[in-house]
Ligand binder design. Sequence first.
Ligand SMILES: *Cc1c(COP(=O)(O)O)cnc(C)c1O
Length: 365
Amino acid sequence: MAHQWRGVINEYAERLPHFKEVVTLGEGGTPLVHAPALDARTGATVYVKVEGANPTGSFKDRGMTSAISDVASTGGVEYVACASTGNTSASAAAYAVRAGLGCAVILPAGKIAAGKLAQAVVHGATLVAVDGNFDDCLRIVRELTAEYPVALVNSVNPYRLQGQKTAAFEIVDALGDAPDIHVLPVGNAGNISAYWMGYNEYAGRTTSASIDDSATKIAAVATKVPQMWGIQADGAAPFVKGEPVEFPETVATAIRIGNPASWDFAVEARDNSGGFIDAVSDAEILEAQALLSAQVGVFVEPASAASVAGLLKAAAAGKVPSGATITCTVTGNGLKDTATALGSYEFDPNPIAPTVEATVKALGL
Ligand SMILES: *Cc1c(COP(=O)(O)O)cnc(C)c1O
């Protein structure tokens, strides 16, 4: 029988904490797609890690399988809660269903893409909209879960990063070694911290985000670690400014975060890897999203395209070493936010006659 991918906890059990109960939807094992169109623009060899192929359409599932497995294994609570720009709630709601738990979602009013909201609703989560931004929502969830028997499943939960680090393992497994450079969008900064941990642990080292030293006891798989390039949106770029941003604003709602929770881990990833964190404009993000769709064949949501926008900006500034192997995480599926992708496009609603002739004419053949 063909081997079916068993989810990141079962596939990488020896490099993850042990869970009595594994709650999985088969997350991970996502495609690493070579992108010749990006090679041509950068002079490097560029791959995109298509995280929109996860069960709920974003990389959040990698961390949710481990966070919810921990909650289910530990017991004692019947509810999980998260603050969310959309994808965390979609993922938490789905994994809570599998674990038989309730899910409370605290989200900024009016700032969630429709597809993500639909996911939380159909998976039966209880939604609370807050007149504030993501950072307000996270503060509320932290206080709520400290005082009530409710488990917090945002990425400040260390089990989230444990699951998310498996994306770095998959990339090394696919390429045979670590890439030279890894580029990804930065919002709350959990993912850049998780990748840095994953790359290091596969090279036999730990980082501050590691929760034990097992990595130093298992044979190393990678001979090196990549430079980490983190990309923010101009209107939500606390790392570039060097301080929190009070009113973050960007079309890329998944990275519309002004006060990242994993600040110190992300700075460690940036500095110890010899990388950088830069910002790109909303226009550059939307151009990169369009390029990924029209020239690579991968439809991603705006935040995901920030990684590619940042890579193209670096290439234009002469910062991309020629011939380098580069991986870009494209974090979420474009279908979650079709309104932004379509912009002002309108499909012509005037139907033609139901004939081949009329169709040929309409196609201009
Ligand atoms: C959560 C998310 C991000 C940001 O990841 P952080 O770990 O918060 O830095 C980027 N893109 C998408 C699609 C996301 O869902």
